[in-house]
Design a protein. Structure first.
Length: 118
């Protein structure tokens, strides 16, 4: 994390990491579609699930440290506040929200119905 009072670079890095997370999720979805159409994509699905799990764990830990620093210092510049708001909206729209939770619930249901081992 950035040791200075300027958090803009950290926020920019989070936005880049969110794009990486979206790309991993997209590749996972494509692998699931292939698997659903009869192509054995179990290994790819497992690899993308693992990659996404590791990514989310590391990314969330970084965000927790970041928000603790902001809380500790008690201030953001106007530009940093705007970037942080954009970051929040990106998270809410792309990662969270009711529609995303419904999609993830359907995905979990789909995976639970599949035979993983022959």
């Amino acid at each position: 994390m950035n040791d200075k009072n300027n958090f803009s670079e950290d926020i920019r890095k989070f936005l880049i990491e969110h794009e990486l997370g979206r790309r991993i999720a997209k590749m996972l979805a494509q692998s699931l579609i292939s698997w659903d159409s009869g192509i054995d994509s179990r290994e790819r699905v497992a690899r993308f699930l693992n990659a996404y799990s590791v990514f989310i764990t590391i990314h969330t830990d970084k965000e927790n440290i970041f928000f603790d620093l902001i809380e500790e210092r008690g201030s953001l510049s106007e530009a940093e506040h705007s970037l942080l708001l954009k970051h929040y909206k990106t998270c809410h729209n792309d990662v969270g929200g009711k529609v995303r939770v419904e999609q993830m619930t359907k995905l979990i249901g789909y995976l639970e119905e599949r035979e993983w081992m022959n």
